[in-house]
Design a protein around this ligand. Structure first.
Ligand SMILES: [Zn+2]
Ligand SMILES: [Zn+2]
Length: 255
């Protein structure tokens, strides 16, 4: 049987899920061999690197989560975000960048979930206390078809499982049906913050059939990497327009 190109493209997400199921015996970050008893994705050195990355973030800006040991943020002079604050678990170092690339471009949805599980114990409980729901930054449906999954959603699922299952019992629900990406903006990596914001105008919309479910709610918006904040800002504006009381942002890494 010879498959046509469009059929192969349609099958890609399925093939990736199958590949994803068979977890490789090598560390996803550094390719060193994994033993049978440790973590199934990361070697002990990379787990330690993640923990060290997190512990070196002991002086971060409480609003934008910038690591002040590395760089001062601009919050004192300007805060033009409509969300309340950002919390990032890690700095965007080589380990986190490698994980993010595997998640985003190599189809490893289970790695996104697993990173969330590993990260959950590092997150402060207070950040989640007042929240009603967790909403991942949505993907446009054409990108979703191509990739087969939303990495922010899987990371968020892992975090929630880690928090709820880990005895924290916060009872937070993940909602993927309330915020929709209606405009496919393409890649934004080469644009600066202003151009990104411009590009994202009208990109997100609250689901008109469920808009009442957002009224008065305190939302935690989850993204993989927080860079300029333009995507989070665009989502937050829409959530607040739809009636949410507050929006906070949880990111895996802060660039
Ligand atoms: Zn490793
Ligand atoms: Zn700041």
């Amino acid at each position: 049987m010879i498959l046509s190109m469009p059929k192969i493209i349609k099958l890609l997400p399925i093939l990736r899920c199958v590949e994803d199921f068979f977890i490789p015996p090598l560390c996803v970050v550094c390719d060193s061999a994994l033993g049978n008893d440790g973590d199934r994705w990361f070697c002990p050195a990379c787990i330690n690197a993640l923990a060290a990355n997190h512990s070196q973030r002991d002086d971060v800006c409480p609003r934008c989560s910038q690591n002040r040991r590395k760089r001062e943020c601009a919050c004192e002079f300007a805060w033009d975000f409509s969300f309340e604050k950002v919390f990032s678990a890690y700095d965007y170092d080589s380990t986190v960048s490698s994980i993010a690339k595997h998640i985003k471009y190599k189809g490893k949805s289970r790695l996104a979930y697993h990173t969330g599980v590993v990260t959950a114990p590092l997150l402060p409980r207070e950040f989640f206390m007042r929240a009603d729901m967790v909403v991942p930054v949505p993907l446009h449906k054409s990108k979703m078809r191509r990739r087969g999954y939303n990495q922010a959603e899987h990371f968020a699922r892992g975090v929630l499982n880690g928090l709820n299952g880990g005895g924290a019992g916060l009872g937070l629900k993940l909602r993927t049906d309330l915020l929709i990406r209606v405009k496919n903006t393409g890649t934004q990596t080469k644009l600066d913050r202003e151009d990104r914001l411009q590009n994202l105008i009208g990109a997100f919309a609250a689901n008109p059939q469920k808009i009442t479910e957002l009224k008065g709610k305190n939302v935690i918006l989850v993204d993989d990497i927080f860079t300029t904040g333009a995507t989070a800002e665009s989502c937050a504006e829409e959530l607040l327009r739809a009636g949410c009381a507050t929006v906070r942002v949880l990111a895996m890494g802060r660039d």
